[in-house]
Design a protein around this ligand. Structure first.
Ligand code: AMP
Ligand code: MG
Length: 408
């Protein structure tokens, strides 16, 4: 697909997604603290260094007695609290009080639950004796050497807790990409300013920041006027300040207007242009360019187009950079209302709200008129993939969609 000709055919979304996986190399691994590892991709399998759990532990508060001791009256000879290690060969008629998590004093024991006894001083009367041992036996969760988390796993709270328990305090994960985002346009002002006539507030910078925030990435951001030299300078300055970027996003100016400079600027800055436009709606103007290890995307400024491009192409780039196990991200659901596709000649990514209903992913298409609309973004948590040429889709139709929150 590699071309720098502006008249090159429009790329399909599938083409661009495949291209992202092809041109975005997995970034190098680094060791980070558990506090910094949430959302990162693990780069090596992690095995149990020892049996899990490491020793027999009581799973209840109660009294340890010998399994072969069927008496109902015992003498309490000691107490084991969680964290203590008190090995002891219990004799017939002896019991040890033990707390949940406490290490059993020996083998062939049973813990009688506190609820099933009466204790008076050192005297213990067992009122009920279950078959249940009430012990988490050494190695019952996993034996030493078993792989417990595979390479390619996105670390979330549960996996991090497991790593902590294994003593893997600095897991090997993919480093975060360095991302530079330039919002271009003479009309955009900061959200805290009142725009003059003809101006608008910059919403894309906030969208981009929050989108990357889901990956724990804080992009370097700048607002630049519609001026080729200024954009070029901001690109060069950001690049050197960050010690090189993995991903550059330029919002606005991706089309073919008099003042749309992104394509020419990237070309003149020695980027190879792979894609100049797509046949997707919204988001027809899209530039994908590469220079060495840097991938640059020129995104159309319209907010809904931005939302679509971030959730399709930038998400694919981040997954490839992170060395996450490959996945398409598309899932199937059912429409809960009509979707007026209108026989558009382009494949459309329709903003929608998905929820689970009677065991099915159910999608409510949201109203939008143009890719400049922002109001559907408040409720959108999905994009429905509507085939080119599709007319009105009826409630109950099966559709493919992608969730717009980070899902793994
Ligand atoms: P462009 O891609 O530069 O032709 O811009 C397309 C549309 O998106 C225009 O209506 C712009 O005003 C709008 N736009 C561009 N940048 C932003 C931004 N940062 N925030 C909100 N809208 C924008
Ligand atoms: Mg513009």
């Amino acid at each position: 697909m590699s071309t720098c000709c502006p008249k090159a055919p429009a790329a399909s979304v599938s083409d661009v997604l495949a291209l992202m996986r092809e041109v975005c190399p997995a970034l190098e691994p680094e060791q980070v603290s558990l506090a910094d590892a949430c959302g990162r991709v693990l780069r090596e399998p992690v095995c149990a260094p020892e049996d899990q759990p490491r020793f027999d532990r009581s799973s209840v508060d109660g009294y340890a007695v010998r399994l072969d001791d069927r008496a109902s009256r015992f003498r309490i000879v000691d107490e084991i609290r969680a964290g203590e290690w008190k090995p002891r060969a219990l004799q017939l008629g002896e019991a040890m009080r033990i707390a949940t998590g406490g290490a059993l004093p020996g083998d062939r024991l049973q813990v009688v639950m506190k609820e099933d006894v009466r204790a008076e001083g050192r005297q213990l009367t067992v009122l009920r004796r279950e078959d249940e041992h009430n012990i988490r036996f050494r190695g019952e969760d996993a034996p030493a050497g078993r792989v417990l988390i595979e390479a390619g796993t996105v670390l979330q709270a549960g996996g991090l807790a497991l790593l902590a328990s294994l003593g893997c305090a600095r897991p090997l994960v993919t480093r975060q990409p360095r991302v530079l985002h330039l919002a271009t346009g003479n009309e955009i002002v900061s959200p805290d300013r009142r725009p003059a006539r003809g101006q608008i507030r910059d919403s894309n910078s906030t969208l981009v920041r929050a989108f990357f925030g889901q990956w724990g990435i804080a992009p370097e951001q700048a607002r630049v006027g519609e001026d080729k030299a200024a954009i070029e300078a901001a690109l060069a300055e950001g690049h050197s300040r960050m010690g090189g970027c993995d991903l550059v996003l330029i919002s606005g100016g991706a089309s073919v207007g008099e003042h749309d400079f992104t394509r020419a600027l990237l070309h003149e800055s020695s980027f190879v242009i792979h894609v100049s436009k797509t046949n997707a709606r919204p988001g027809r103007p899209l530039i994908v360019a590469q220079r060495g290890d840097t991938l640059a995307l020129g995104l159309p400024g319209n907010p809904l187009a931005h939302f679509v491009c971030l959730n399709l192409y930038v998400r694919a780039a981040l997954e490839a950079f992170s060395a996450q196990s490959a996945r398409t991200g598309f899932v199937t659901g059912v429409l809960s209302a009509q979707l007026p596709a209108g026989g558009n000649t382009r494949e459309t990514f329709w903003p929608a709200r998905w929820s689970m209903h009677e065991g099915l992913a159910t999608l409510m298409p949201l109203r939008w008129i143009s890719s400049g609309d922002l109001t559907p973004l408040a409720a959108a948590n999905a994009l429905i993939r509507v085939a080119a040429g599709a007319e009105q889709l009826q409630p109950g139709s099966r559709v493919e969609f992608i969730r717009t929150e980070r899902t793994s």
